[in-house]
Design a protein around this ligand. Structure first.
Ligand code: C2E
Ligand code: MG
Ligand code: MG
Length: 713
């Protein structure tokens, strides 16, 4: 049977015009109307055609309860409810309104709403129920969907990690979720809403920031990732990021802002930390090299625009390495921190004080009048020189300071830094504890130094090096005990360049490592060649620089030089400067032990010019002390020097070392040294450094290298 909504109702006599109309209207309803007796079974008398469309059953199946009672169509779970509603007291005009589920013939379930009224029928003189049953499945579904959506949004609102809120443009909080309450330190949204009545005044740390917020949201209808600092309930300050937009209330058209808030304090702190690490020195909190460079570039840009001066000031602490090595890094760190504070306190906040690493500080000073600048630099110098106290010790630290000015001393950041550095070196060279402004002569020296560096890089490959040899005389026998190999550099069109000019460049650039290796090999080969030529065997001394120890694998290099030359190790001596001993860590003691174990002798060169810590003499396996030339020069005239030399000789002998005097030029010096018990001598008096062939001739002559002067003196 088909579902026909316009089928006339059953059980009524032939329809009059009005019942036909009723049937027609009823047939168009999404549901059906009915009338039934007010008996226990609600026996159906009339039912409109919509019944079939709704339930799938024909109306005649039901009328008179012929096949089944209506209640059998009701979903079993809902039957008690419907029974209860329909059994309520039945005075005239009683009404029923109930919603429940119907089971269709095809098994589908529909939601219906039933409304019925109890009326008295004059014709049959009995009570009837007249009602309307309407399909509300769609409405129910929509309601459920709405409910679910509500629940979903409620859950998001309740459980979100972000704060969610609505607020009036004036700043009265309308809605807030638990996350927002937590963010600001309230136990519940209610507490937050109750206490936070004026968001702009109570929340914002910076009122200007709130103004900015207002400008943005009014101009754009929204703000995105708007970051500001906010107070928590307990007064703590947090960083938050807000996203919000303007909404209009559907109810009354009023405007409010709705959005989310995120606590970004941790991110901010982390960011700040990263920034600090990238730009600041961890130990002193000063700017680091990168930040200084950035600021310097910036300053040059500005200075070019405003035609003002910039000063770059290089500061190096004179005694730092010594103090650090002697008293330990903890104390050294403390010293650097104090000096950093002192420097900072000497200049304006707008100036940059940077630490380049080690004990080197660089300052960038801007906007000082030229006539004031030297005063500022003197102040820096004096600040460092103040005694520094650690525990019960008092330290006196001085500094060497170099200054370069923009634009006079350099047009770029690199050149300015380099020239300030060069000026600082000059201050150090001049005996430390001094301020040196960059000058034209310095510039000249710097240019020359760069030129040397440039030429030096190709010198080994072009075979521009050679060795000169200077005799060392044994005072007891008067014979040549050894030869010091001294490096010479022959530069085309310039002749021989003295080591004083290029050794420091070679050390700074690291070129000393390959050059030093060449010297070792060449000296060993020369010594062996003289022996092969039948000359009396002598010890060759080679100067070795600290850098060869640091990075030159010096032990292997020496062993290799001896092996390739076929020279017995006892004919090689290396000369170290006191610097190595002073700055050398324990690992140098170990290396020297290994060199000593090869059979090579070790001498300390230029003795007396370094810092006066003698303890290393005990730790280093040294054979010889070479008294520096500067003490020998004035022996005859300066009684102090005479005393020093005698003291060194006595010290050397106490430690079982042979003492050699360097730079002996006169017989007076010779006489004095001899009487003081000096073991060996070297100097122009016996021979200047000379080429190998001349040295060989010297070895052969003079009664096989015997010096007559010694006997005369
Ligand atoms: P040093 O090792 O102290 O060498 C002695 C210096 O004194 C030599 O200068 C020598 O020529 C000079 N001299 C010797 N006797 C006299 C004298 O009676 N009067 C005067 N006025 N001077 C005298 P030189 O050859 O110019 O070397 C200077 C320095 O360069 C050396 O000082 C040494 O430290 C360094 N040097 C030379 N060759 C090498 C090398 O192959 N490697 C390394 N690392 N340094 C070297
Ligand atoms: Mg030497
Ligand atoms: Mg020397």
């Amino acid at each position: 049977m088909e579902d026909r909504a316009d089928e006339p109702g059953h059980g009524l006599p032939t329809p009059s015009e009005s019942t036909r109309l009723l049937n027609s209207i009823a047939g168009h309803l999404a549901g059906f109307v009915y009338r039934c007796r007010d008996d226990a079974q609600w026996t159906v008398e009339y039912i409109s055609g919509g019944f079939q469309a709704l339930t799938g059953y024909a109306p005649e199946d039901l009328v008179g309860n012929r096949l089944f009672g209506y209640s059998e169509l009701i979903h079993p779970e809902d039957r008690p409810l419907v029974a209860e509603v329909s059994n309520c007291s039945k005075p005239e005009g009683a009404r029923i309104a109930v919603e429940y589920r119907l089971c269709r013939r095809d098994g589908a379930v529909r939601w219906v709403s039933e409304r019925a009224v109890r009326v008295f029928d004059e014709a049959s003189a009995g009570w009837k129920w007249e009602g309307f049953i309407e399909d509300i499945t769609e409405r129910k579904r929509a309601e459920r969907a709405l409910h679910e959506a509500n629940e979903r949004y409620q859950s998001i609102f309740e459980n979100a990690l972000e704060g969610i809120f609505q607020v009036t443009p004036e700043g009265r909080l309308l809605v807030a979720n638990p996350a927002m309450a937590r963010m600001f330190g309230f136990e519940s949204p209610a507490a937050l809403l109750a206490e936070l009545r004026d968001v702009p005044r109570q929340l914002y740390v910076e009122p200007e920031r709130r103004e900015e917020y207002r400008r943005q949201i009014e101009a754009n209808g929204a703000v995105s990732n708007f970051e500001f600092q906010a107070f928590r309930k307990n007064g703590e300050v947090i960083w938050v990021s807000e996203n919000a937009h303007v909404r209009r209330s559907p109810a009354d058209g009023s405007i409010y802002y709705e959005g989310t808030l995120e606590d970004i304090t941790a991110r901010r702190v982390y960011q700040a930390q990263i920034e600090r690490q990238a730009n600041y020195d961890a130990l002193t909190g000063l700017a680091n090299r990168a930040l200084l460079n950035g600021r310097l570039h910036q300053a040059i840009g500005q200075a070019t625009a405003t035609a003002s001066e910039i000063a770059v000031v290089f500061i190096d602490l004179d005694q730092f390495k010594f103090i650090n090595d002697t008293y330990g890094h903890a104390l050294g760190d403390g010293l650097l921190q104090s000096m950093a504070d002192r420097l900072r306190s000497c200049v304006r906040d707008s100036d940059t004080v940077a630490r380049q690493g080690g004990d080197e500080f660089v300052l960038l000073l801007q906007g000082y009048r030229p006539e004031d600048l030297s005063g500022v630099v003197q102040r820096l110098h004096a600040a460092i020189a103040q005694p520094w106290v650690s525990g019960r010790r008092e330290f006196h630290v001085t500094s060497s300071i170099g200054v370069a000015l923009y634009p006079g001393d350099g047009a770029s950041a690199d050149v300015l830094l380099r020239n300030a550095d060069a000026a600082m070196y000059k201050a150090k060279e001049n005996g430390r504890n001094a301020v040196q402004f960059f000058t034209a002569e310095l510039n000249h020296a710097l240019v020359e130094r760069l030129d040397i560096e440039h030429r030096l890089r190709g010198a080994l490959a072009r075979s521009q090096f050679l060795l000169h040899y200077q005799p060392r005389i044994d005072m007891d026998t008067g014979r040549i005990a050894g030869a010091e190999a001294l490096l010479r550099w022959r530069v085309p069109q310039r002749g021989l360049v003295s080591p004083a000019r290029f050794i420091s460049v070679a050390e700074d650039t690291g070129l000393i490592v390959p050059i030093g290796r060449w010297v070792l090999h060449t000296a060993c080969q020369q010594a062996r060649a003289w022996q092969m030529a039948g000359l009396p065997p002598i010890v060759v001394s080679v100067n070795v620089s600290p850098r060869q120890f640091r990075e030159g694998n010096i032990v292997a290099t020496i062993a290799e030089a001896l092996r390739t030359a076929g020279l017995d190790a006892r004919y090689l001596q290396i000369e170290l400067t006191e610097g190595l001993a002073m700055h050398g860590a324990e690992k140098y003691v170990e290396m020297l032990g290994q060199i000593k174990a090869l059979g090579v002798q070790i001498a300390v060169d230029d003795f007396g010019t370094g810092y006066s810590s003698l303890s290393y003499l005990k730790r280093f396996p040294v054979d010889q002390l070479k008294v520096d030339r500067s003490f020998v020069v004035d022996l005859a005239t300066d009684p102090d020097d005479a005393v020093i030399v005698q003291a060194i000789i006595a010290l050397g002998h106490k430690l079982n070392l042979r003492v050699v005097a360097e730079g002996v030029e006169t017989t007076e010096q010779l006489k004095f040294l001899r009487e003081s018990g000096c073991d060996e001598m070297q100097g122009y008096l016996f021979g200047k450094p000379m080429i190998a062939a001349d040295f060989a001739a010297l070895l052969m002559s003079h009664d096989s290298g015997q010096y007559a002067q010694l006997r005369q003196a």
